[in-house]
Design a protein around this ligand. Structure first.
Ligand code: SF4
Length: 371
């Protein structure tokens, strides 16, 4: 196995353990600070992907002041945040002049840094900067080989994405950081292409391919969703892609998608959350909660509004414009939400809960119940 992958796996195991220990504080009736901040700096984007949440209409492009954004990193560090994720929203690299000093500060504070990007704006200069500050991980959205990807992400997107991917791979060369990978949205057009993209990534010495389930936000996006017939062939495709991943030493979450029930219910995920996949332990137990996101994570939208997880979208509960991160974390809105999730009460957006988040929570449940 490549040394950077070994290093990453060890680091992730350490972070998962620390997160479970924080959760154990909550389980014992105490509280703990946020473990992970997920920040969307902007809703502006240079692409118009057909599967994006933005196709339902974006009504607010307001953003936090530059000074507030920088303060956010300080506040996160003071609260004991260990992971800082920059994502979209829109495309974060459109705001490079703002996020560049943020990324630097995140690494100076020794937090784990993850950047989600469409990749099209990764210049050699941006790539070198990410390597220089030892940024931990960059995941680039790519949903198939050229024809398929461009049906999903728009004309000519593929070449621009590959150019960005090549820039960061070249800058990283054989160093250990950042881990470079692909975030692959699971569409019916792109599912048979997963092994091909896995091979392309392997040939380029990339490190990770993560599937992301599709959320259908409007009627025109329905054509990208898998139907029952697609689900029948998916397992074989994933098994094939897993062999390729193994050959190239690529880390992947494909195994988490081998259960067709999870994909089948991606728009009715409450059935999964309330069904028998969560093994309940004797009641009442903290580890029976629907999820652990509001106990460890805080999601910050570009306008400063805050929610508990990436699925909460516009259903935010507080704003960072007038309050600190710590104040919101300890505030009554988060407390009320946590109580509901702990008592297995669904929020309106839990029907589109994410497979990756669900699986991550299942691992934490196992880890936590062993503590
Ligand atoms: S949608 Fe969010 S709040 Fe609901 S179960 Fe999933 S992670 Fe938890």
């Amino acid at each position: 196995m490549k040394s950077r992958i070994t290093e990453e796996i060890i680091l992730r195991q350490k972070l998962d353990k620390q997160r479970a220990i924080r959760l154990n504080n909550w389980a014992q009736g105490n509280s703990a600070g946020p473990f992970k901040v997920i920040y969307f700096p902007t809703n502006y984007c240079n692409l118009r992907c057909n599967i994006c949440w933005q196709r339902q209409g974006v009504h607010d492009y307001s953003e936090l002041s530059v000074q507030r954004q920088m303060q956010l990193v300080d506040e996160a560090f003071q609260l004991g945040v260990k992971e800082f994720v920059i994502g979209g929203g829109g495309e974060p690299l459109l705001k490079w002049h703002i996020i560049q000093p943020m990324l630097k500060k995140i690494k100076e504070y020794n937090m784990y840094g993850l950047l989600f990007t469409n990749g099209t704006l990764i210049t050699p200069e941006i790539a070198s900067f990410l390597v220089e500050i030892k940024w931990n991980k960059v995941l680039i959205s790519l949903d198939g080989t050229e024809n398929v990807n461009d049906q999903v992400r728009g004309k000519d997107a593929y070449n621009k994405i590959i150019n960005g991917l090549d820039n960061i791979l070249t800058a990283r060369d054989n160093r250990n950081k950042p881990i470079i990978g692909i975030g692959y949205a699971l569409t019916r057009q792109g599912m048979s292409d997963i092994p091909n993209v896995m091979r392309i990534l392997g040939e380029k010495d990339g490190d990770q391919l993560n599937l992301i389930r599709l959320v259908v936000y409007n009627f025109s996006q329905r054509k990208f969703a898998l139907n029952k017939e697609d689900l029948r062939s998916l397992t074989k495709i994933l098994m094939n892609a897993l062999i390729i991943a193994n050959n190239y030493g690529i880390v992947t979450n494909l195994r988490d998608y081998l259960d067709p029930e999870l994909i089948q219910n991606s728009e009715n995920f409450e059935k999964i959350l309330l069904g028998n996949k969560i093994e309940l332990i004797e009641m009442p137990s903290f580890w029976n909660a629907l999820c652990f996101e509001p106990f460890t994570n805080i999601v910050i939208h570009s306008d400063g509004n805050v929610g508990p997880c990436c699925m909460s979208g516009n259903t935010t509960i507080a704003s960072l414009k007038k309050r600190t991160l710590g104040d919101i974390w300890a505030g009554e809105e988060f407390t009320k939400l946590r109580n509901g999730i702990k008592n297995r009460e669904l929020e309106s957006y839990c029907n589109i809960c994410d497979i990756n988040v669900f699986q991550d929570n299942q691992h934490l449940r196992e880890e936590g119940s062993r503590l």
